[in-house]
Design a protein around this ligand. Structure first.
Ligand SMILES: Cc1cc2nc3c(=O)[nH]c(=O)nc-3n(C[C@H](O)[C@H](O)[C@H](O)COP(=O)(O)OP(=O)(O)OC[C@H]3O[C@@H](n4cnc5c(N)ncnc54)[C@H](O)[C@@H]3O)c2cc1C
Length: 335
C-alpha cells in the first residue's frame, strides 16, 4: 500500500522534544503537523524507562508549554520531602498520552502515526513505514521536516550491553532488578549516570545493605543540589544557589578549585566524597578480559568498554572478587 500525505511540518519522534515542538506550532501558528514515531505511544524513551525512574527536576519545569505536567504541591514524604514533586515514568507516559489524545488530535491539525519508521527518501522526499503492516506512505512537506531523533538517547532497556558478558554472569538492564526471582546476594551496578545512581538508591531504599552493592563507574559525576532548583515559593533558594556558584566561579583560580569549593558550598556534590574517589584512568593493560572470572557463576565480567578503560580498572580492583553468593550484574551504559 502506498499513498501520499500532505503536511506543513513532518515531526519525527513523539518524545518530549517532538511533543513540545508540535505544541508550540499549534499555539503560535495555523500549521498542520504529521507526527511519526516508531514507538507505540507518545513519550519517547519514557515508554521504556526503568520502573523507579523519576524526573530529576520538579515536574513544573517539564513537559509541553500549554499543558501543565503536575500540580505545584510539595512532596510530603520520601527522599524528596519538602521539595516540588518529581513525576515518575507512569505519570509521564500518561501525561504525554493525554497531550496527544486530548489536545493535539482533537485540534484537527495533528495526524499521529505510531509504530512507524521514518526514512529519508534518497531522492529528497520523505516516507514512513508501518512496523506492523509494512504499509509505506510518502509525505509531502510544505514547510519543514523536524527530526527530533538527532538527540535520541539510548536506554539500557532496549539496547544490548556495550560490553561482553562472561558466561554464567547474570546481566540485566537496571530496571529488571525489580522483577528478579529468587534471592540475590550481591548487586553490581555499572555506570556513572542518573540511572546507576537511581539504581543504587532504589536498592538501598528496599533495604539492601550497602555492603551488598558494588558500584562500578568510569568517572565521578557532579550532581546539582535539588534544593537550589525549586520554583514558586522556594525560588529564593534558586537565586541563593546561583549566587553561590557565581561567587565560586569569580574567586576560584582553576577548574579543580571551582569543584573543590562548590562541594562544601552545598550547591553541587559528588556521589563519592573527594577523599574516597578511586576511579582514576588506569593503563590499558589493567583491562581484564572475560576470562578473569572464568569458571565461576558468581561474578560479573566483561571485556572492553569502548573508550573507557577506567571502568575496567575499577572492575579489576573493586569487583572481581569471589563472593560466595550469587551476584547480579546490572548493566548500565555510562551516560
Ligand atoms: C532515564 C532518563 C531520565 C531523564 N530525566 C530527565 C529529567 O528529569 N529532566 C530532563 O529535562 N531530561 C531528562 N532526561 C533527558 C531526556 O532525554 C529528555 O527529557 C527527553 O525526554 C528526551 O526527549 P527526546 O524527544 O529528545 O528523545 P526521546 O524520548 O528519545 O524521543 C525520540 C523519539 O524519536 C523516535 N524516533 C527516532 N528515530 C525515529 C525514526 N527514524 N522513525 C520514527 N521514530 C523515530 C523514537 O522512537 C523516540 O520515541 C532523562 C533521560 C533519561 C534517559
Amino acid at each position: 500500500m502506498s499513498d501520499v500525505i500532505e503536511t506543513d511540518y513532518l515531526v519525527v519522534g513523539a518524545g518530549a522534544a517532538g511533543m513540545a515542538f508540535t505544541d508550540s506550532l499549534l499555539a503560535h501558528s495555523d500549521a498542520s503537523v504529521t507526527l511519526v514515531d516508531r514507538r507505540h505511544a507518545p513519550g519517547g524513551h519514557w515508554l521504556d524507562a526503568y520502573p523507579f525512574v523519576r524526573l530529576h527536576q520538579p515536574s513544573t519545569f517539564y513537559g509541553v508549554s500549554s499543558v501543565p505536567l503536575a500540580s505545584d504541591g510539595l512532596d510530603r514524604s520520601g527522599l524528596n520531602a519538602g521539595f516540588h514533586a518529581l513525576a515518575g515514568a507512569d505519570e509521564l507516559r500518561a501525561y504525554f498520552a493525554q497531550v496527544m489524545h486530548q489536545h493535539f488530535i482533537p485540534s484537527g491539525r495533528v495526524r499521529y502515526f505510531p509504530c512507524s519508521d521514518y526514512v529519508a527518501d534518497p531522492a529528497g522526499g520523505h516516507r514512513f513505514t508501518s512496523r506492523l503492516t509494512g504499509a509505506s506512505r510518502e509525505v509531502r512537506v510544505r514547510r519543514k521536516l523536524v527530526d527530533t531523533a538527532y538527540l535520541e538517547g539510548q536506554v539500557p532497556a532496549i539496547e544490548p550491553p556495550p560490553f561482553e558478558v562472561a558466561e554464567g554472569v547474570r546481566c540485566v538492564p537496571a530496571g529488571d532488578i525489580t522483577r528478579l526471582n529468587g534471592r540475590t546476594g550481591r548487586f553490581v551496578v555499572i555506570g556513572a549516570g542518573k540511572t546507576a545512581l537511581d539504581t543504587c538508591v532504589w536498592l538501598l531504599t528496599q533495604g539492601v545493605s550497602p555492603q551488598a552493592i558494588r558500584w562500578i563507574k568510569p568517572r565521578e559525576g557532579w550532581w546539582l543540589n535539588r534544593r537550589f532548583h525549586q520554583p514558586h515559593g522556594l525560588l529564593p533558594d534558586l537565586y541563593a544557589g546561583v549566587g553561590l556558584q557565581l561567587q565560586v566561579l569569580a574567586e576560584a583560580r582553576s577548574i579543580d578549585e571551582v569543584f573543590a569549593r562548590l562541594e562544601p558550598s552545598g550547591s553541587s556534590c559528588a556521589s563519592t566524597p573527594r577523599w574516597r574517589r578511586r576511579c582514576a584512568t588506569p593503563p590499558s593493560s589493567a583491562r581484564p578480559s572475560s576470562s578473569c572470572c572464568a569458571g565461576s557463576t558468581t561474578w560479573c565480567a566483561w571485556a572492553g568498554y569502548g573508550a573507557s578503560s577506567a571502568i575496567a580498572s575499577c572492575w579489576t580492583t573493586a569487583a572481581c572478587r569471589p563472593t560466595g553468593t550469587r551476584s547480579t550484574c546490572i548493566a548500565r551504559r555510562a551516560a
